[in-house]
Design a protein around this ligand. Sequence first.
Ligand code: RTP
Ligand code: MG
Length: 134
Amino acid sequence: MDERTLVLVKPDGVQRGLIGEVVSRIERKGLRLVSLELKTVDRSLAEQHYAEHEGKGFYEELLSFITSAPVAAMVVEGPRAVAAFRQIAGGTDPVEKAVPGSIRGDLALETGSNIVHGSDSPESAEREIKLWFG
Ligand code: RTP
Ligand code: MG
């Protein structure tokens, strides 16, 4: 049974010209791209997207980062798409957690600018796809 997940190439990834690199890794894994849109993120969308982190020390920094420049939002589909994309993205901290071979492990240095977002569960994916694509 196929599943869907929401993937974002965050402002650092877009500015570094890494949209194609991320799409390529998604496709090579065997996942399919079903929607792709460049979006400017306003404060309200950012707050809803990152609601689970409200009140944490990095929350404000996270919101200003995600609203700082366009992101590439995509819906990605395939068997176990949520976990499969989290695997190719790598852990949140690109140095301490993400392994070499993953997007973050290969291409990022800092937790605050770790190139991609992927939904963390099928329930989050459903909520986030509605939020970003209506
Ligand atoms: P994402 O939601 O962006 O896919 O990342 P994630 O699941 O791997 O990590 P999450 O815990 O959801 O955190 C969201 C984003 O907030 C930043 N962060 N900074 N300074 C910190 O301790 C810290 N922790 C998280 C990261 O940019 C992370 O991707
Ligand atoms: Mg997360």
